[in-house]
Design a binder for this molecule. Structure first.
Ligand code: FAD
Length: 406
C-alpha cells in the first residue's frame, strides 16, 4: 500500500486521534509509532509538495539522484536508531570524505596528519606531528580553540594555519559572522585530528539508503492509520485561542475545523511562524543551491569539497559518491549561504544559536509550554541543530511518552 495522500478540504478531523505537523524525520517517525504501536489514526499536515522534510531526494533531469535540501549522510552510534531505519530501507555502506580546496590544492578535512604534510611539507610535518602527539596524544581530536589556547609557538603555528586556511573564510560565508561571534558548539564541529583517519564521521554505523531517502520515507509513512495532506501550512488551519488579549498570553486551546483538538499535536515547524512571528522572527541562515550536470562519470575526488579560502559558495557536493549511482554523467551542487528574510520563498536551515536568540525562542515556547497535548520537536520547533539520528531518537522517545499517557 502506498502513502495515503488526502485533500485537507475533504478530511473529517474527528477521524484522527493525533495530528502531526511536518513530515521530516521528527514528524514521520512519531506518526509511524503512534499509528503502529498505539493503533492511533494520524493526520500529517505538510506545507511542502512532498514528504521527507530536508531529507527529500529525487532524480533530476539528467537522471541523477540528488538531494534538494543539502547533502544528507546517515551516521550514528545508536544501534536502535539504525535498526529502526533498516526496517524501511536497505543501506549501502558509505564513509563520507571531505577535502578543502586550498588555492587549488586539496587538504583532507578535518585537518589531519595528511593535511599537515601537504600544508607544511613532510620534514616540518614530522616535527609538528610529534608536538601534537606529545601535547594531546595519538588519535585525539582537538578543537581549533583548544589548539589556539596552547602556549607553544609550533602548536600556535598549526592553529593559525588551520584557522586562516580552513576555518575563517568558510565560517564567515556560512554564518555571515566572524568565528568569535559563532557559538562554540559550531566551532567545535571543526576539529584537528591527530591521526591518518580521513573519514568525516567516525560513527559505528554509516551509510546511505539504497533507493534514496524519499523511498525510505514512503515506506515509513506507508501505514493504514496514517494520512498525509501536502501543501498545507499549519498556521492556515490551526485556530489558536489565547487566555487573554495580552501579547504574552498563553494558548488556551488549538482548534481544528472549529473544534478544540484534544489529542496529541506534534509540531515540527518553526515555533515563531505558528504565532505569525508576533515577537519578531527567529534568526536562521538559509542556503541557495545551484546544480550543474557534466558529461563525465565523476568530476570531484570525493563526495564534498569545501572552498575554505576562495569562492562565494561554501562547498560542492557530487551525489554519485554518496549514492553509489553508476552512469555516464554526473550532477554537482554548490551551496551559497544566505540571510533568512522571507519564509515564503526561503527555507530556514540553521538556527543561529546564541543566548539572545535562545531567549527569543523561549518566549515563544512559553506560549505553549503548559499545553499537555502539544509536543514541539525537531530542528525547527526546538530551534536547535540536530543530526538525523538524534532526531529519530527524540521522535521515538516522544512517541513513547505520548503512548504512555494514553
Ligand atoms: C544543509 C544541511 C545538511 C545536513 N546534512 C546532514 C547530514 O549529512 N547528516 C545528518 O545526520 N543530518 C544532517 N542535517 C540535519 C538534518 O537535516 C536534520 O536532522 C533533519 O532535517 C531534522 O528533521 P526534522 O523533521 O526536525 O526537520 P525537517 O527535515 O526540516 O522537517 C520539517 C518538516 O516540517 C514542515 N513544516 C515546517 N513548518 C510547517 C508548517 N507551518 N506547516 C506544515 N509543515 C511545516 C517542513 O516543510 C518539513 O517538511 C543537515 C541539515 C542541513 C540544513
Amino acid at each position: 500500500m502506498p502513502v495515503q495522500y488526502r485533500d485537507y478540504r475533504h478530511i473529517a478531523i474527528g477521524d484522527y486521534q493525533a495530528v502531526v505537523v511536518g513530515s521530516g524525520f521528527a514528524g514521520s517517525v512519531v506518526a509511524r509509532q503512534l499509528a503502529e504501536q498505539g493503533g492511533m489514526r494520524v493526520l500529517i499536515i505538510e506545507k511542502r509538495p512532498h514528504i521527507g522534510g530536508n531529507m527529500y531526494d529525487e532524480v533530476d533531469e539528467a537522471g541523477i539522484l540528488v538531494h534538494r535540501y543539502g547533502p544528507h549522510i546517515f551516521h550514528t552510534n545508536n544501534r536502535e536508531v539504525f535498526e529502526y531505519l533498516l526496517r524501511f530501507s536497505e543501506f549501502i555502506p558509505y564513509q563520507h570524505r571531505v577535502l578543502a580546496n586550498w588555492y587549488g590544492t586539496y587538504l583532507p578535512v578535518p585537518f589531519n596528519k595528511t593535511s599537515l604534510e601537504i600544508a607544511f611539507g613532510m620534514k616540518r610535518a614530522l616535527t609538528l606531528n610529534d608536538k601534537l602527539v606529545d601535547a594531546f596524544g595519538e588519535g585525539r581530536k582537538v578543537t581549533i580553540n583548544e589548539l589556539r589556547s596552547q602556549n607553544d609557538s609550533e602548536l600556535s603555528e598549526i592553529a593559525d594555519f588551520v584557522y586562516r586556511n580552513v576555518f575563517l573564510y568558510y565560517t564567515q560565508k556560512q554564518w555571515g559572522l566572524t568565528p568569535d561571534e559563532v557559538d562554540p558548539s559550531v566551532t567545535a564541529r571543526v576539529p584537528v585530528s591527530i591521526s591518518r583517519d580521513d573519514r568525516y564521521f567516525q560513527d559505528a554505523y554509516q551509510g546511505m539508503p539504497k533507493d534514496g531517502y524519499t523511498a525510505l520515507f514512503e515506506n515509513l509513512l506507508d501505514h493504514e492509520n496514517i494520512d498525509v495532506c501536502l501543501n498545507i501550512e499549519a498556521e492556515s488551519v490551526f485556530d489558536l485561542e489565547f487566555e487573554s488579549m495580552a501579547e504574552d498570553a498563553k494558548i488556551s486551546s488549538i482548534k481544528l475545523h472549529d473544534m478544540p483538538f484534544e489529542g496529541p499535536l506534534v509540531y515540527t515547524g518553526p515555533l515563531d511562524e505558528l504565532f505569525l512571528s508576533r515577537f519578531g522572527r527567529l534568526p536562521y541562515r538559509s542556503l541557495d543551491f545551484v546544480y550543474e550536470t557534466f558529461d563525465a562519470e565523476r568530476v570531484l575526488p570525493c563526495g564534498t569539497v569545501n572552498y575554505t579560502v576562495t569562492e562565494d559558495f561554501t562547498r560542492i557536493t557530487e551525489f554519485k559518491h554518496m549514492t553509489g549511482q553508476k552512469c555516464a554523467n554526473t550532477t554537482i551542487m554548490k551551496e551559497y549561504p544566505r540571510e533568512y528574510n522571507d519564509p515564503k520563498t526561503q527555507i530556514p536551515y540553521y538556527a543561529i544559536i546564541n543566548d539572545e536568540n535562545n531567549a527569543h525562542y523561549e518566549r515563544y515556547r512559553a506560549l505553549t509550554s503548559h499545553l499537555p497535548n502539544f509536543y514541539p520537536i525537531g530542528r525547527l520547533a526546538e530551534y536547535r541543530y540536530y543530526n538525523m539520528d538524534t532526531i529519530i531518537e527524540l521522535a521515538l522517545a516522544t512517541a513513547r511518552a505520548i503512548l504512555d499517557r494514553q
